[in-house]
Design a protein around this ligand. Structure first.
Ligand SMILES: *Cc1c(COP(=O)(O)O)cnc(C)c1O
Length: 457
């Protein structure tokens, strides 16, 4: 199994050809899921004692399985937060795999971690945090948020013996991403939401803090603000929230998993004012920095606090901390030990193209949202729910019921034309079903948007 033989060489060439075709294609199919039963019926038993052979298995992939995935980088995939990894980054993802690098400790992964750190320095510079700030690449925004919350909680517990037995409390806004609530469960903390249909303003936050009872106030250790809500691209009042966190002695975390890419865009950078005061920041390069999955990042103003929270101890790990093995150890700053050097594809693509191209590609996403906004205003059967923000556009088809949106989504997906899904927007005390575009791929055209809108007639 580990020998090199003719079959392996041929397979390698086949697989490289597939990868080249996929990387260079410009009209990829959008793809759609099938049930597990249907897939099983198509491919049969694949895991057997003797093996079915590489060529046979690869053909099953090409013929059936591959098509049951949605190409997240299709220009008319505008649902959720799509992706659009650069071709250079995808190529280097292959190199990353082929290089077999353990990315937890410098002793084993120095070359790869060096490259990750070069990319990270650039990301930190976008935030405006002081030079002593630093971060690591994680599996995504969820893991980044969890790593930051654990760091904040451990720091809070280190401040006062009494905090050690207290259950922590998090304040965030109703627009925060679902992962904040999910990760609060993991750390067994309570969450309180500032209810808002727009950004979380400093006054909303102050009111919420002032309304806490004594027990709640002493358990409160972190405020999670959002730098670009997933649903609508709304950026909280980061400057105002930073001041309150300072005054109230609270950890200030900014979740910019989706919006972080917009730190590059001169047209909207001012909206993030105050992010430079954060104690920690989440940014997902696999969203708006054109990296392949999976690549998130967590950045800390004071990385030493993250190390105190996350460094793992074990006799088998002692060598990594020895003088002779000195260097930056990504394992010390987030929840994962063994890790892929998942920042490497980003580094290569940045090195190849330069940061100006990244800026242009992000600005294009913002521009596409403005174009979509105009088209929606022009067409009589649709209207904007709110002005486009960052690259998100929330809009309604006048007169449609929730099931109309669902039906429309499936129909377009079935045809292989587009993937655009419904979402909900608060209307008074109830939630209205509406639809939403999120632009990431700079190859999306005005024509693509028009085609999707016209399918709502
Ligand atoms: C996508 C997103 C997350 C979760 O990130 P994953 O990479 O999917 O784990 C967290 N917060 C925000 C604001 C997001 O948009």
């Amino acid at each position: 199994m580990h020998k090199i033989d003719i079959e392996l060489v041929e397979m390698t060439m086949d697989i490289m050809k597939y990868a080249i075709d996929r990387i260079s294609s410009t009209d990829r199919k959008i793809g759609k899921p099938k049930s597990a039963e249907d897939l099983k019926a198509l491919v049969g038993e694949t895991i057997t004692e003797k093996g079915i052979g590489g060529e046979f298995a690869f053909n099953l992939w090409k013929k059936h399985l591959m098509h049951a995935n949605v190409s997240i980088d299709h220009p008319r995939h505008l649902a959720f937060v799509p992706a659009s990894p650069t071709r250079a980054a995808i190529m280097f993802d292959l190199v990353t795999s082929a290089s077999s690098i353990h990315g937890a400790y410098w002793m084993e992964g120095a070359g790869g971690i060096f490259c990750e750190n070069e990319a990270m320095k650039w990301m930190v510079s976008l935030t405006g945090l002081p030079e002593s700030a630093f971060g690591v690449f994680t599996s995504g925004g969820t893991a980044a948020n969890l790593s930051a919350i654990v760091t904040a909680r451990e720091y809070w517990r280190s401040l006062d013996e009494k905090n050690k037995n207290e259950k922590g409390l998090i304040i965030t806004s109703s627009g925060a991403h679902s992962s904040v609530k999910a990760m609060a469960k993991v750390v067994d903390a309570d969450v309180l939401f500032v209810e808002t249909e727009d950004k979380m303003f400093a006054t909303n936050l102050q009111d919420k803090i002032d309304a806490l009872d004594e027990n709640q106030r002493k358990r409160l250790f972190v405020v999670v603000a959002t730098g670009g809500t997933t649903n609508a691209g709304i950026i909280d009042d980061l400057g105002g929230i930073a001041s309150i966190c300072k005054k109230e002695n609270l950890w200030f975390h900014v979740d910019a998993a989706y919006g972080g890419g917009a730190l590059l865009a001169d047209s909207v950078r001012h909206l993030f004012k105050g992010i430079e005061e954060a104690d920690s920041i989440t940014i997902d390069p696999h969203k708006w920095m054109f990296s392949p999955y999976d690549c998130g990042a967590v950045i800390y103003k004071n990385p030493e606090l993250a190390k105190q929270a996350h460094e793992q101890e074990g006799s088998y790990l002692d060598i990594f901390k020895d003088e002779g093995a000195r260097g930056f150890n990504p394992a010390d700053y987030q929840i994962q030990l063994t890790r892929r050097v998942r920042g490497l594809p980003l580094w290569f693509s940045l090195a190849m193209h330069g940061t100006d191209r990244y800026k242009q590609a992000v600005e294009r996403g913002i521009e596409l949202a403005q174009i979509a906004g105009k088209l929606i205003e022009e067409k009589p059967f649709v209207e904007l729910v709110r002005e486009p923000s960052l690259s998100c556009v929330v809009f309604r088809r006048i007169g449609w019921k929730p099931e109309d949106y669902t039906h429309w989504t499936y129909e377009n997906h079935e045809k292989g034309m587009a993937l655009v899904t419904p979402t909900k927007w608060k209307k008074g005390n109830a939630y209205e079903t509406v639809s939403r575009f999120c632009f990431i791929n700079p190859d999306t055209t005005e024509n693509d948007i028009e085609m999707i809108l016209d399918s709502m007639v």
